[in-house]
Design a protein around this ligand. Structure first.
Ligand code: CP3
Length: 348
């Protein structure tokens, strides 16, 4: 189906845009009272993720309410470990928790390379329902975690300040780490291909824990697997968002992907030099800006747009929007991007 608003896809491919597209990581979620209402009627987060009609409903909410230029399918990166055989729980306030973890060769034997149709069919169904309901209004973003970030959760068993068990494995048993990364990568490639087949218009890879690795370990245990995924997904544009990986921006310039996500620690001009002119950059406002006044939000957003320039940029935050953000402040960010970038583009 022809998209009515394809700004995101054109910006990703480096085609000319009449204004900068904008969306927010974690836009589908707790910032919206409408999301909390759907969520409150259920047993928990997982029931929402696993009920395709409801996942589709909360995917579309930010398009209706916040007026963003893309929808991102409501799911989680942790559906992949579960499909491989490692069940997760989402604990209120504490976040994700895995009753069992992967620490030994024996643990690894309990895992399988997942079959997307069989083990992740609920996400694929949610994508199909969302596409039908969106009716071409905006593109739909599919996603997965980068293999390193997924390994970090599978080994650690929960979120962590240090991820010392996961990082430790890279020193104590690199062979096991590579075996696990192999299985995650094979699962992820099949899963992302299935998402594209179901209707995803762009794929984002989240390497949320990139920034905790030393550069040499990042190049050995994360980059090659991300690179393989990029090479495998060539039918739609791919975005790589590796939080904290300022040290890898030059490596990213060589990836077979269209867009690199920047977090708010990354200097925009330095990042542009490192990534080079041939990729689109996405980001990178500090999510805490949205706690400030409307005037400050407008001013800082305009400053950000000036630094990125009017082409090859997708406006976003530098990480997910915080749950206690006022949706009116999000709307201010979105509208400022739309208004300011349209004026600049008209002026040429
Ligand atoms: O709007 C969207 O971005 C789409 C939905 C989405 C969720 N998680 C829903 C969610 C996406 C893209 C993710 C990705 C995700 N999940 C990442 C990568 C992005 C990042 O933030 O770095 C990671 C690391 C996870 C793992 C995860 N899921 C954690 C650590 C937590 C707990 C912390 C938190 O934000 O609450 C989750 C839970 C989660 N995933 C929620 C949502 C809306 C909140 C749970 C709830 O509503 O009860």
């Amino acid at each position: 189906m022809q998209l009515k608003n394809d700004l995101l896809l054109r910006a990703a491919k480096g085609d000319a845009v009449e204004r900068t597209p904008v969306w927010l990581m974690r836009q589908a979620g707790r910032i919206l009272p409408e999301y909390r209402a759907v969520r409150a009627s259920l047993s928990g987060f997982k029931e929402l993720v696993e009920t395709p009609e409801l996942a589709a409903e909360v995917t579309i909410q930010p398009v209706d309410i916040l007026d963003v230029d893309a929808a991102i399918i409501f799911s989680d990166i942790l559906v992949v470990p579960e499909a491989m055989g490692l069940v997760y729980e989402m604990q209120e306030k504490r976040g994700p928790w895995f009753p069992s973890t992967i620490r030994t060769e024996n643990d690894l034997r309990k895992l399988r390379v997942a079959d997307p149709q069989e083990h992740l069919g609920y996400v694929l169904e949610a994508i199909k329902i969302t596409k039908r309901a969106l009716n071409g209004r905006v593109p739909l973003i599919g996603f997965a975690g980068a293999p390193w970030t997924i390994l970090a959760y599978m080994v650690e068993g929960s979120g962590s300040k240090t991820f010392s068990a996961a990082r430790g494995m890279l020193y104590t048993n690199p062979k096991l780490a590579h075996q696990l990364l192999r299985m995650i990568t094979d699962t992820t490639i099949a899963y992302l291909k299935a998402q594209v087949k179901a209707g995803a218009n762009l794929i984002q890879i989240f390497d949320s824990w990139a920034g905790i690795l030393p550069p040499a370990h990042y190049r050995a245990f994360s980059l090659p697997y991300i690179s393989e995924i990029c090479d495998a997904i060539r039918d739609v544009p791919v975005t790589v968002f590796a939080k904290g990986a300022f040290f890898a921006l030059e490596d990213f310039s060589r990836l077979n992907c269209e867009t690199i996500g920047l977090d708010w620690n990354m200097d925009i001009r330095t990042s542009r030099k490192q990534v080079g002119p041939n990729k689109t950059l996405q980001g990178n406002m500090d999510p805490c800006l949205l706690y400030s006044s409307f005037e400050t939000i407008q001013q800082e957003t305009i400053n950000m747009l000036k630094e990125f320039g009017p082409q090859r940029h997708i406006a976003n935050l530098g990480h997910g929007v915080y749950p206690d953000t006022d949706p009116e402040k999000v709307k201010c960010f979105v509208q400022t991007v739309k208004e300011y970038s349209s004026i600049v583009n008209k002026e040429g």
